[in-house]
Design a protein around this ligand. Structure first.
Ligand SMILES: *Cc1c(COP(=O)(O)O)cnc(C)c1O
Length: 390
C-alpha cells in the first residue's frame, strides 16, 4: 500500500496531503453503509461553519455548484448583471451564465490581480444610474444585482470598500472563497464578510474532500433555501413532490468524511502554507526580475498558491520559458487563468478595459505550493529559478 503518490523528482503544483483520519473515516462509512447518506456531511458542515465563524454551512458537490446555488439564493434573475473580476478561474463567470444572467468583467488591481473596488465604483457610477431595485446599466437597461469578490490565490480582497460600494448601489456581495479557506481580512475569516460565500474542496485546494464545495452564510433563510435547492427542491419525500427546479448537488458521505479528516488539520496546513510562502521570499529575495506578489496590510492569506511576477528584461526569460525549464526538471508550475475578457467561453460579455488583468497574466507564474512540499524540494525550486541564463 505504500506506493508514493509522487514519482521521484517530480514536484507538483498543489497536491493533497492525506495524513489524518481519512482512511479510518472512510472505513467507518463502508462498515456502516454510509454512502449517499450518513452523519459525515453534517459533521463536515459544522466544522466548516466553525472554521469560518458563520452560523450556516451547506455542503455541495463542488465549488462551482456552490456558486450556482448561492447566486440563485441571492436572487439573481435571468438578464441581471453580476460584476466580477476579469482575472479569475472561470467558475464564477460560468455560474452567472447558468442562471442566464450576465457577467460584467472588471479590471483587477495591479499588485495581486484582485477585484479592484475603484473599478467597481467607476462602473456603477459612470455606466449605471441608481434605481430602487439596484443600479441600472444605462446602455442595456439591465439591473446590476450582485458583485462576486474572488479571494485570488488565497489573499483576501479589500472587502470594506467593496461592501460599502455594494451597499450604496443595492448589490448583494458574494464571496468566492474557493481558494481562501483559513484566510483573514482585518481579523475576520474570508467567507464571513459578504452576504453569502462559497468554498471549494477540489483536490488542489488547501484541503480536499475529493471534490466538493460549501455555501456559507449568516442568513438562515438563505441557508435553508440553498439546502433545499441542493436536494432537488423536494418538499415531500414519500410522494416525490418538488416545488421548483432544483439540483442534485449533494456531497456524498464518503467525500464529507475525507473533508472532515482534512479540515481537522487546517491549522497545521495553514502553518505549513505560510511557512512555504515565507521561504520563497527568502529563496528568491535577491533575484533580479523576480518578484513575489505582495501581501496587503489588511490581509492574512492562507498562501494557497505562491505567485511570482517575471520581468523578462531583468530576468533574462519570460514566464513561458521559465515554466518550460522548470517542467524539464519535473517542477510543475502554472500561469494565471486567461483573462475572462479574452475567453472564448465568455466572448461578448460586458466588460471594461482590463490592462492589469492582461499584464499580470502575461508575467505571472504560480510555484509549487503543496502543503506537503518538503524543504529540500522547495530549495530545488528556488535554485532552479536562481540559475537563470544571463
Ligand atoms: C476551484 C475554484 C472554484 C470552483 O471549485 P470546484 O470545486 O473546482 O468546482 C471556483 N472559484 C475559484 C476561484 C476556484 O479557484
Amino acid at each position: 500500500m505504500n506506493v508514493p503518490a509522487i514519482s521521484p523528482g517530480r514536484i507538483p503544483l498543489a497536491e493533497p496531503l492525506l495524513t489524518g483520519e481519512e482512511a479510518a473515516y472512510l472505513a467507518d462509512c463502508i462498515a456502516n453503509n454510509w454512502l449517499a447518506a450518513g452523519p459525515y456531511v453534517e459533521r463536515f458542515e459544522a466544522r466548516v461553519a466553525q472554521a469560518v465563524q458563520v452560523p450556516h454551512a451547506v455542503a455541495c458537490a463542488s465549488g462551482t455548484a456552490a456558486l450556482h446555488v448561492a447566486l440563485r439564493v441571492a436572487g439573481i434573475q435571468p438578464g441581471d448583471l453580476v460584476c466580477l473580476p476579469a482575472l479569475t478561474f472561470i467558475a464564477p463567470a460560468n455560474a452567472v451564465r447558468y442562471l442566464n444572467a450576465e457577467p460584467v468583467l472588471l479590471d483587477v488591481e495591479p499588485a495581486r490581480g484582485e477585484l479592484d473596488p475603484e473599478r467597481l465604483d467607476d462602473f456603477l457610477t459612470e455606466r449605471c444610474r441608481p434605481s430602487p431595485g439596484g443600479a441600472v446599466h444605462r446602455e442595456t437597461g439591465r439591473t446590476v444585482r450582485a458583485v462576486i469578490a474572488v479571494h485570488l490565490l488565497g489573499h483576501p480582497v479589500d472587502m470594506d470598500p467593496v461592501i460599502a460600494i455594494a451597499r450604496r448601489h443595492g448589490l448583494v456581495v458574494i464571496e468566492d472563497a474557493a481558494e481562501s479557506l483559513g484566510s483573514r481580512y482585518r481579523g475576520k475569516s474570508t467567507g464571513s464578510l459578504g452576504d453569502i460565500a462559497c468554498f471549494s474542496f477540489n483536490g488542489n485546494k488547501i484541503i480536499t474532500s475529493a471534490g466538493g464545495g460549501m455555501i456559507v452564510t449568516s442568513r438562515s433563510d438563505w441557508a435553508d433555501r440553498a439546502r433545499h435547492l441542493v436536494h432537488q427542491a423536494r418538499i415531500d419525500a414519500t410522494e416525490s413532490i418538488h416545488d421548483t427546479v432544483g439540483y442534485n448537488y449533494r456531497l456524498s458521505n464518503p467525500q464529507a468524511a475525507i473533508g472532515l479528516a482534512q479540515i481537522e488539520h487546517l491549522a497545521d496546513y495553514l502553518e505549513k502554507k505560510r511557512h512555504i510562502a515565507r521561504r520563497y521570499r527568502e529563496l528568491l529575495a535577491d533575484v533580479p526580475g523576480i518578484e513575489l506578489s505582495p501581501a496587503a496590510e489588511w490581509g492574512e492569506s492562507n498562501c494557497w498558491l505562491n505567485m511570482i511576477r517575471i520581468d523578462p528584461a531583468a530576468y533574462g526569460m519570460d514566464r513561458r520559458e521559465l515554466a518550460h525549464r522548470l517542467a524539464a526538471s519535473g517542477i510543475e508550475t502554472r500561469p494565471l487563468w486567461q483573462p475572462l475578457v479574452d475567453s472564448p467561453a465568455h466572448a461578448g460579455a460586458l466588460h471594461e478595459p482590463a490592462p492589469c488583468a492582461r499584464s499580470l497574466q502575461a508575467s505571472a507564474l504560480c510555484l509549487p505550493s503543496s502543503v506537503g512540499l518538503t524543504e529540500s524540494d522547495q530549495s530545488r525550486v528556488g535554485a532552479m529559478i536562481r540559475r537563470r541564463s544571463s
